[in-house]
Design a protein around this ligand. Structure first.
Ligand code: ADP
Length: 634
């Protein structure tokens, strides 16, 4: 019985796009169909592990027929039932195709050149074919079905006959146009090239018919003076396996070029750009495994969303077991894509078993070490590339340090680069340390948007005078990371606006102590005028500025802001620091001598200014504004 069904709207949209596509790499249709065939064989292979009746000599056959203008792709994989045909080919099953649709439908003039980036699977056939037939028989089923579609409104499914399990896809190529010569795909060399280019690592033989020359028979009349007659050499066709099959990660590292690895990455992980770097691991010994890891050029996922995307593909003995095995890679490295193939894991390993498996734990730990070692190599040998990498992924490494990862902390902390006040480019802690003058005892840091913002901070007064460098923390996570680090080597970290910076010498310190004693009452009065202030002190970090606001030893103002975003209302202690050498200090004293009310007003003005400089809105902006107006009218 023949049933005709309409494609869902979504599918239709995608098909329209394929049919009208001016995509320049239409040839990827073959890669997509071969990849489907290989997946289908994987599935059958997996079943055959427990049901030996299902095992077969797995292969994929690609044939061209010039007279019929058809290309067929035959696999002896798992096949499809009628329901599966409807569900998988009648609707968009694949997330890649969905994402593609979402992306292009948002744009006014969609850039179809990104088709390859998403890998639109089966539907890509319609870029080159006007009609596609799928003849298929699912394993353990008696009935075969024929799915036919012109890629327009509808498709039909009817009962059919087929001897073996598996699927035959026939593409009826479109007529050639001035711009597109679809008939090129019918050429033997073209098919061979495409298979080699895109599908070389497919684990099953991909066979195609190849012309071979018959051996030339020696004629006996060689001695005759007769001129040799030109004879058209005789040829015959032979089925030849075109792909090298050995998975690329099983090859010897020295035999594989970067270009091959990059191509592999792009096809397998559906990216259109080369990765920033690849890491190839071959380990033999107590534990034998291969790992192939890649860092995508642009972080494809937002750090804060897609928390579930983590994981490497897991193979055992070349057989695909699991996608996104998260036990293989720590959370903070979830941007790394790749796979692990081990000979030491059972084929029937379940997700639950993975968590407990010691081999997996060991592999994961090694994989993490290798990845960090590669980053470290990049930092050392290719600084520019590393900086680019860090701009995208640095925040992940920082979280790695912040969320405790024990043993790897040592490796990780030397991979952090931060902006600094004295340097043009980001520097490591080690580089900071190296340039420290001998008398400097701690690593200084400041939180701020950029160098300019930090430069303007009054707290920078003395540090700047001394010429000490200051690390500039720009990411929310930075300060939390510094706190969790505690020290770098033997050096403590000090925020320029918290605690004692140890910047003044003994004599100056004594002087300040003396003034403090003398002005005890004044300081007390100011403190009483400012109920939100924890303390009022004479500053040991200011030289030209009148005052500044610093945080106590606990959390900082930046942390307060970050925590507030997380609906946590913990506040940093506010300490108002006054510069006793500034004229304003005397002015303040005079005001208090005049009247307590005037003194309090001035104290509030200074405090509110200090708040503003620390990037905090005054507690009572209206009162602050009124005070300023009043002062101006005087
Ligand atoms: P994807 O392969 O990425 O899932 P496709 O649109 O290419 O997306 O294919 C949709 C589904 O159709 C596949 O997931 C698979 O279940 C099924 N399919 C496609 N080709 C074959 C095939 N040759 N044999 C068996 N099933 C297939």
């Amino acid at each position: 019985m023949k049933e005709t069904k309409k494609f869902k709207t979504e599918t239709k949209k995608l098909l329209d796009m394929m049919i009208n596509s001016i995509y320049t790499h239409k040839e990827i249709f073959l890669r997509e169909l071969i990849s489907n065939a290989s997946d289908a064989i994987d599935k059958r292979h997996y079943l055959a592990l427990t049901d030996t009746n299902l095992s077969a000599d797995y292969e994929i056959l690609v044939e061209a027929n010039k007279d019929e203008r058809t290309i067929t792709i035959t696999d002896n994989g798992i096949g499809m039932t009628q329901k599966e045909l409807e569900e998988h080919l009648g609707t968009i099953a694949k997330s890649g195709s969905k994402e593609f649709l979402e992306k292009v439908s948002k744009e006014q003039s969609p850039d179809v050149d990104i088709i390859g980036q998403f890998g639109v699977g089966f539907y890509s056939a319609f870029m080159v074919a006007e009609k596609v037939d799928v003849l298929t028989k699912a394993v353990n089923s008696d009935q075969a079905y024929l799915f036919t579609s012109m890629g327009l409104e509808s498709y039909s499914i009817e009962d059919a006959t087929k001897d073996d399990y598996g699927t035959i896809i026939t593409l009826h190529l479109r007529e050639d146009t001035e711009d597109e010569k679809y008939s090129d795909y019918l050429e033997e060399y073209e098919l061979k090239d495409l298979i080699k280019k895109y599908s070389d690592y497919v684990r099953y033989p991909i066979k195609t018919w190849v012309t071979k020359y018959d051996p030339v028979e020696d004629s006996d009349d060689a001695d005759d003076n007769k001129e040799k007659e030109y004879k058209e050499p005789k040829t015959h066709l032979e089925l030849e396996t075109v792909n090298s099959m050995l998975p690329i990660w099983k090859k010897n590292k020295s035999e594989v070029t970067d270009e091959e690895l990059n191509n592999f990455y792009k096809t397998k992980f559906m990216d259109y750009q080369d990765p920033i770097t690849n890491i190839f691991v071959n380990v033999e010994g107590m534990l034998t495994y291969n790992a192939l890891l890649f860092v995508p050029k642009k972080s494809m996922y937002d750090f804060y969303s897609d928390r579930n995307e983590r994981g490497l593909q897991l193979y055992t003995k070349g057989i695909f077991i699991l996608d996104r095995c998260k036990e293989l890679i720590p959370e903070y490295l979830r941007f790394v894509k790749g796979l692990v193939d081990s000979a030491d894991l059972p084929l029937n390993i379940s997700r639950e078993m993975l968590q407990e498996d010691r081999a997996i734990k060991k592999i994961a730990s090694n994989v993490e070490k290798k990845i960090l070692a590669e980053f470290s190599r990049m930092l050392k040998n290719d600084r520019e590339k590393y900086e680019e990498f860090f701009a995208d992924y640095g925040v992940n490494l920082k979280y790695g340090l912040y969320e405790d990862y024990g043993a790897k902390k040592e490796q990780l902390k030397d991979l952090i680069i931060l902006d600094s006040f004295n340097e043009e480019k980001k520097i490591t802690f080690a580089e900071y340390k190296e340039k420290m003058p001998e008398e400097q005892k701690v690593i200084y840091y400041a939180c701020g948007k950029n160098k300019e913002a930090v430069e303007k901070m009054p707290e920078m007064d003395l540090v700047k005078k001394k010429g000490y460098d200051v690390l500039i923390l720009t990411d929310d996570v930075d300060e939390f990371m510094i706190h969790s680090l505690d020290k770098y080597d033997d050096l403590e970290f000090k925020s320029i606006n918290q605690g004692d910076l140890g910047l003044i010498d003994e004599e100056e310190a004594k002087k300040i102590e003396q003034i403090k004693e003398e002005k005890k009452d004044l300081l007390e009065k100011i403190k009483n005028a400012l109920p939100n202030v924890k303390d009022v002190v004479l500053s040991k970090r200011l030289s030209d500025s009148a005052c500044c606001l610093t945080a106590g030893e606990g959390i900082s103002f930046e942390m307060e802001k970050v925590l507030k975003q997380q609906h946590n209302d913990i506040k940093a202690d506010r300490v108002l620091e006054l510069n006793p050498n500034h004229e304003i200090f005397n002015k303040l004293e005079k005001a208090y001598n005049e009247s307590e009310e005037l003194g309090n007003k001035y104290a509030n003005l200074l405090y509110n200014q200090a708040l503003l400089m620390a990037g905090i809105i005054p507690d009572d902006p209206k009162a602050f504004s009124n005070d300023i107006v009043e002062l101006m009218l005087k």
